[in-house]
Every structure is written in structure tokens, then in C-alpha cells.
Design a protein. Sequence first.
Lengths: 328, 328
Amino acid sequence: MGITSKDIAKICGVSRGTVDRALNNKPRIKPETKERILKTAKELGYRPDLLARSLVKGKTMSLGVVVFDVRNRYFAQLLNSIEITAKKKGYFVNITLQEKDPEMEIKLINSLVDRRVDGIILCPVNKGETFQKFLQGLPIPVMVVGNQIAPGIPFIGIDEYKAAGDALEMILSKGYKRIIFVCPPLADKEKENIYSHEKRLAGFLDTARKTNDIEHIVIDHWHYPSEIKKWVNKDNKKTAFFCSGDTFALETMKLLKGIGKKIPADVGIMGFDYIDTLKYVTPALTTIYNPVEEIGVKAVENLTNLIEGKQINRRLLVKHKIVAGASI
Amino acid sequence: MGITSKDIAKICGVSRGTVDRALNNKPRIKPETKERILKTAKELGYRPDLLARSLVKGKTMSLGVVVFDVRNRYFAQLLNSIEITAKKKGYFVNITLQEKDPEMEIKLINSLVDRRVDGIILCPVNKGETFQKFLQGLPIPVMVVGNQIAPGIPFIGIDEYKAAGDALEMILSKGYKRIIFVCPPLADKEKENIYSHEKRLAGFLDTARKTNDIEHIVIDHWHYPSEIKKWVNKDNKKTAFFCSGDTFALETMKLLKGIGKKIPADVGIMGFDYIDTLKYVTPALTTIYNPVEEIGVKAVENLTNLIEGKQINRRLLVKHKIVAGASI
DNA sequence: TTGAAAGCGCTAACAG
DNA sequence: CTGTTAGCGCTTTCAA
């Protein structure tokens, strides 16, 4: 196809070893020879074949990423942050989408390994011991983001439990007497890894239970709209919906507005994640900032450290914070 | 590192050629030998090194994609569609982000070529003859999406000119007398490829000019919010803002709501693209459906056809349509 | 039906 | 300073 180092060697009348020294700034080469080689390389438009280089080096300088879906705002922001950080460190990023299909996830990871990426960043949909063993058996390091798999596997995320607790306390401080935790992903508990939502639930429940005089309800299925309507029309108790994800909060808001409810006068809504879609929504949603950019940066840093054989903290928590809107 | 075909050959007491025949379903091998080889391969957890295979085959079965930014809804949807289609055809997708930096774009394309992707899907920020020559000089095919570069380069997109004209006609049919075309990207005309916006502008202008009794204005800079305010407070002429992108329309809507205007009673707004953020916005934005999923699918199909040496239509237009909302 | 040898394009090790 | 040789893991070709 293109020009190879062999061609350059022939044209310059030197060996391929010398060409390599010139092209890769290696010592033990006469300046004039080097210059001559670089010149002809440039003239011919030589470009090294990274595939061949990787084969001999045993490193591709690329990272694999496996996420659910790029249409999800959270992942979009995460990927952007990963790309930028990886680029800075000289790594290429290979993004793949598993669409919440556990088998697909395994396939993708295997494909990435076969393509010899140096490490993988994973937002897993799989869980359990088999999957853990699978990951640990891989010949390259894996960095898990969001849904923890097992203590041994390098993980980065926020303290979901505490974040949910903080959120609830904030809601309670506004005088709400009935708090409904809207968490449809709980319905997929059996077949998916929903670690983060489970932790949020636990944080919600533990905080709710130690508070007097409040009613707390959990909605754990995907036909939540009908249930929301039921609760909101039941009586005059001051009610708030705490949604385990901004998307659910936006759906809830849309629904409540649709049936003529004023927010927050009639009913409160709180979200989780602070996705950037919120920018165009009124009233502004009160939510929890999930520092996704920081997570992306740290995920790449940790992963490259692992690749280089360094030790890292196997469970890194980054700080969340409450974003005050006008919906609670 | 891992198990290689050599190891298997040694263990099974055969040559590497035979192992290859077994592993890749090639003929001229005794069934028993084949079975024995496959069995040990499985036991040892053999996985072929795709790098090595690509090196000898001269094909990587992967596609490069270069877009502005994955946080942009339009690209997010496009990428999803590309990933899914490519996967179906057995191709891997390498997504990279250029962040509207022309030099970065060139670098990324070169990197992808060096990594020997078989073809590239490109939403270009560069333009002009030099860039065209650069693309045509690449050793692999390129499929351009959105911003056309030159007639010779394979392109796919909608008929932006006609879409803008259709939109304006629809707006006029509602009795608006002053139409303001909001197109901030025009400000970057010199340094970026904004082909699609220029075509939209042309479609807008040509349609506006052949209509009597209406006033038409173009806003072609990024400090458009202040100008929007000015126009809307000027007099009582029935005014509509036609925004060359839903994001601008959402910003405009936010701004107008912020100063107490009712939409569409006081002022009309129309967007372009039908990004999925619109789902949560009230009133629903009237806009133009840019069939991004279809574009993704066709882009991959065309590119793989080019890779396989087939002929394709070098300028493929897909159909847009007007999405009726409640903002006009 | 199988083996042996060559080669993809590059880097690394050792000799000169 | 430079050349030679070997080899990364795979596929392909030709010969047996």
C-alpha cells in the first residue's frame, strides 16, 4: 500500500535499523544520515504502520470504553471527558456501546482485548461472581465506573448512599411529609447491575426510617407514571418525588405539568445526576451533581497508572453536591 | 502474553498451518485433527491476536469516525446509529472528537489512517481545496456527513436548502410578518465549514425574497440574545424566530420566556434538527426532522461499499420533514 | 491431508 | 555510528 521503512532504507542506501534510529529519535546515528532519512521520509509522505509497531511493542496505546448508550447524557459527558484526558496522555479511545445487553458486554470486552487495547473503562451491566472472575482473568486492567462489581476490582464513582441521604435531608428540611422515591431501574435488579440505584435506595430508606412523622414510598417499576398520578391526587399531604436519575425527574415533571400541577407549589421534584439537558427546563430542577467530568479524568488516570504497573486506590470516591434549583 | 497459535501447534503436534485451517474453518483438514485442535484451543482459552491478523490481511475491520463533540445531541444520535449498523456488518467503530479544531481534525484523520482503519466517516470542520486534496490523497475511503466539502467527495445529508425553504413557507402560512433567521454559526464562516448553515440561509433568503409584504432579518453572530430582545420589543408586528438549529431555538425560547413573552401567542419560534432534548420542553418546539438515524445507517452502508470497492452514489440526499409542535 | 517457509512492517539486540 | 538478524502472531503459498 504505502511507503514502508524498507522503501526508505533502500532509497537512502542504509539499513532498516538506521531508518528506525532516524525516525524515532534514537541515539547512535550520524546527524547527516538522520537528516537525509528524515528528509526522504517526509518527501515520500512516510507514515509508520501503528499496527506493526503495536505487534512488536506489545502495546497499542489505546483504551477501550464500554458504556450503555451514548444518547444518555451522563455517558456523553463522561466519554467527552475520557477522550480529552486520554488524548492528553497519548492514548487513543475505542468507544463501544452495549445497549444494556449483558452478553453484548462480554463480547465487546473480548473484542477489545483481541484488538489489544491496553486497558478498559467499563460501566458494567453485568454483575456477580462469574463476571468478576471473567474481569479478573483478563490480560489487561479494567477500571469500573458507576456500578461497582466487587471490592477487588478498581472502581471510581460517588458515594451514592450518602448522596441519596443528603438529598432526602434537604427535601425534608423544606417541610415535605410524603416522599416518593422513583427508581424504575430497581425492576431490573435480577438481570442487570444496578448497584448505584440500590445504594441510592439504601441511602434513602435509612435516612427516611430514622425520621419521624414522614411517609416514604418506593416506586420500583417502569410503569411509574400511572402510580405518580395516583399519589399526587390522593390527598393534600405535602408530597415530593425524589427521582433516582434526572431523566425520571424530567418525565415526572412533564407528567405533573401535564395534569396541571404547579411545581414546587403543589408538588416537589428532585433529581439525581445533573445532566446538561436540565439547562432548558423550567422550573430548574433541584438535583445532585454527579461530577462526571472528574470521574472521566480520574478513570483514565487510574487506568493508565494500572497499565504502567503502578499501584492505585482500588475504590476511589469523588464528591457529589446538591444543586439548588426551583423544583423543591 | 497469552496463548498463540504456535503453542497450540506444538501441543497438538501439528504445524501452524494446520492450526490455522482448524481455527478458521478452512478446507483440506481431517475432521479428527480439526476437532482435536479446536478442543485444545478452547481449553487453553485461545484468542487470536487481531493486530497480527490485520497486519497480514491488510484490513482491520474497523471504521474511524470523526465528529465535533459527543455532547451534541445530533452527534450522539448519529454515533449510536453508526455503531449499531457497523456492528451488524462486523466492523468496529473508532470514535474520535475534534472539538471544532481544524488542526485536530487533520491529526485525528491521520491517526486513524495510521491505525489502519478501513474507512472514515467524517463530519468536517475543515473545508476548501487543500482539505479536499488531503482527503482525496488518503489511502482509504472517506464518507462525509453534514457539511459537504466538494462534489467529488462522497457525501450524505439532507437537502438543507429545500428544508429551510419549506420551513419558512410553513411559518409564513401562519401569518407571521417578520421572520428573523437566527444562525450564529455564520459568524464562523471564515474559519469553519458551515456548509449546512449556509445552505439553510440560502433557502431562507430565496424563499423570503419571493414573498411580498414580509420583513426578513438574519442574525449571524453569537451575541444573538441581545438582538433578539431588541426585535421582540420593537413594535407589534407579528414576529417569528427561525433558528438554524434546535439548540439556538431552545436558547431563544428560554430567553423569551424569561422576559415574559408567551409562545406562540406573542412570538413564534421554529427550530431545525429535531434533537431529542425537545422531549422535555414546553411548549413543544416546531422544527425540522433531520433523519439522523437514517443518515448513520446509510453512511456506514456507503462506506463499507466503498471499502469493498463497490460504486456508490456520491451525493446521497435523505428526506427531511416538518415536525409540528406548538411554538409557531 | 499436512508441513515448511515466507512475509505483513516494525523494533530490538548484538556485532562490527 | 551502522548493518545484520531475529522475531512479534498471524496467514498464505507451495510443496510434499
